[in-house]
Ligand binder design. Structure first.
Ligand code: AMP
Ligand code: ZN
Length: 493
């Protein structure tokens, strides 16, 4: 449990201040993150938004306990782009949405994101959306117009508070295709319900149709988390209009505050521009995973604080890979040194390192202190001090190693066995093939030694050459052989 000396602070985009985080109920801390619209692959900018929320989820679980944090991240599985893709491919929309929702979840799992507690799908909550729209019409915050239902922004005094927009400055903040000025009372009014499109629609008291994007999140967060949630996350591009509209709908329908803290991640840039599908400068998570281990991608994403922009580059990945190689080498050496005595102790974490995360999730600061730990004995002294601070008995080396592994778990890093890390993703077939080549090399070496004893220099040279060839062949594939008195082992470079 968190102590007075180690409070969690978060930058709240609503108040524009860093604030101490105090949940409504420490036994049920709630967070919501706007999830993907599933009609194509997610890019690494989308991954940043998911990883930032995942780090927050992990920190909250660490503080309040795993069973006391409820995290919902939705799936938007009805949308004009999905309907268009289904029409083009002549398949039901579910065929597209199920495929890309699965890919999204697999991609995020590969970069170390925990599954959220709830992953509501919009199409499973249409009745909740319709109910909320009915309430808004009843309370005169919404009006019907030509098969559509719009939210009347002039009725909600706080509209624009999150994004800093004034009503006068607002001109049609809808997603393309959602707003039709002629039908609206005010240009900034946004759509809650639209008529059926290409056979996609649900019956409702205000006509057969489909929901607007914003009402989906208001209804799904209420259904899974309740009327007032502790933390709402998402990228800065969602502040307006999406989050502004979620607030308006939820506050007016429920007559309660919507979210206590707003945590917005800044952009991931490619070149000097925001990575986005519309600019065409995207790198897909799925493609990166074909080349890089998910943990390398995760570390690269954590190198900037969530509220600063992150410039994406190949160099960032190369640097992250080499750091992880170094860290896993250190863990392997420590484990070997401790040997049989190593007992994993799940209880202690480094308070010094956690302090960085409690300070507005400052991941770069955490990482720089971690680097210090690996570089010098000072880091280790600091970890030892944490034991004393937590009133634990003086640690053995075993405990210090556990402590480091427990602490890095809060970032979702360094959780593999070093051997597994260095071997990377190897299929059973490849593993068999490598072991077979190692055996062939051993046989060639033994044959060379036997030939040497017999004075058969030609055979000796031939067999040593064969053994070197096998080693070089594996090296060319990035597989390094390590000979020791116990035999030959292999790892990836
Ligand atoms: P979308 O599928 O566009 O609704 O985006 C899903 C999530 O990714 C949202 O939280 C966006 O704000 C976030 N996002 C999209 N592009 C970027 C980017 N380049 N950098 C950081 N976050 C992004
Ligand atoms: Zn949302």
């Amino acid at each position: 449990m968190i102590t007075e000396e180690h409070p969690l602070t978060l930058y709240n985009s609503m108040t524009r201040k860093k604030e101490r985080f105090i949940p409504q109920d420490p036994k049920r801390v709630t967070m919501y993150n706007c999830g993907p619209t599933v009609y194509s692959y997610a890019h690494i900018g989308n991954a940043r938004a998911a990883v930032v929320a995942d780090v927050l989820f992990r920190v909250l679980r660490h503080i309040y306990g795993e069973d006391h944090v409820v995290y919902a991240r939705n799936i938007t599985d009805v949308d004009d782009k999905i309907i268009a893709a289904a029409k083009e491919q002549d398949v039901p929309i579910s065929e597209i949405t199920e495929k890309y929702a699965r890919i999204y979840n697999d991609d995020l799992a590969a970069i170390g994101c925990l599954p959220p507690t709830h992953q509501p799908k919009a199409t499973n909550h249409i009745s909740h959306m319709a109910q909320m729209i009915e309430q808004l019409i009843e309370k005169d915050f919404a009006y019907e117009s030509d098969g559509h239902v719009f939210f009347d922004v002039s009725k909600y005094d706080d509209y624009g508070k999150l994004s800093g927009n004034t009503l006068d400055a607002l001109r049609g903040g809808d997603r393309v295709g959602e707003g039709e000025v002629a039908r609206k009372r005010n240009a900034a009014d946004f759509v809650l319900w639209k008529p059926e499109l290409d056979g996609v629609g649900w019956e409702a008291s205000f006509g057969k149709g489909r929901p607007g994007w914003h009402i989906e999140c208001s209804a799904m967060s209420k259904a899974t988390l309740g009327e007032t949630i502790d933390i709402h996350c998402g990228g800065v591009d969602l502040k307006f209009p999406h989050h502004e509209n979620e607030i308006a709908q939820s506050c007016c329908a429920n007559e309660k505050p919507f979210a206590k803290y707003w945590v917005h991640n800044e952009f991931l840039n490619m070149g000097s521009e925001k990575m986005s599908k519309s600019l065409g400068n995207v790198t897909l998570i799925n493609d990166l995973l074909k080349v890089w281990d998910g943990e390398v991608i995760r570390l690269a994403l954590l190198k900037a604080s969530f509220d600063s922009e992150l410039d994406w580059s190949e160099e960032l990945l190369t640097q992250s890979k080499s750091q992880l190689n170094g860290w896993y080498t250190f863990v392997a050496a420590r484990k070997k040194q401790i040997g049989e005595e190593y007992i994993y102790n799940p209880e202690v974490v480094s308070l010094g390192l956690m302090q960085s995360l409690y300070n507005n999730l400052n991941t770069p600061h955490f990482l720089s202190r971690l680097i210090d730990f690996f570089k010098s004995e000072d880091g280790e002294t600091e970890l030892l001090q944490s034991f004393i601070d937590q009133g634990k008995p003086p640690p053995g080396t075993s405990d210090v190693l556990s402590m480091m592994i427990n602490t890095t778990r809060v970032l979702g890093l360094l959780q593999k066995d070093p051997e597994e890390w260095f071997r990377g993703n190897t299929s059973d077939d490849e593993e068999d093939e490598i072991n077979d080549l190692i055996q062939q090399r051993d046989a060639a070496k033994m044959a060379a030694i036997a030939a040497k004893k017999l004075g058969d220099k030609a055979k000796m040279g031939e067999q040593f050459k064969r053994s070197d060839e096998i080693r070089d062949k594996l090296k060319a594939r990035g597989i390094v052989l390590e000979d020791s008195p116990d035999g030959t082992t292999w790892r990836r470079e």
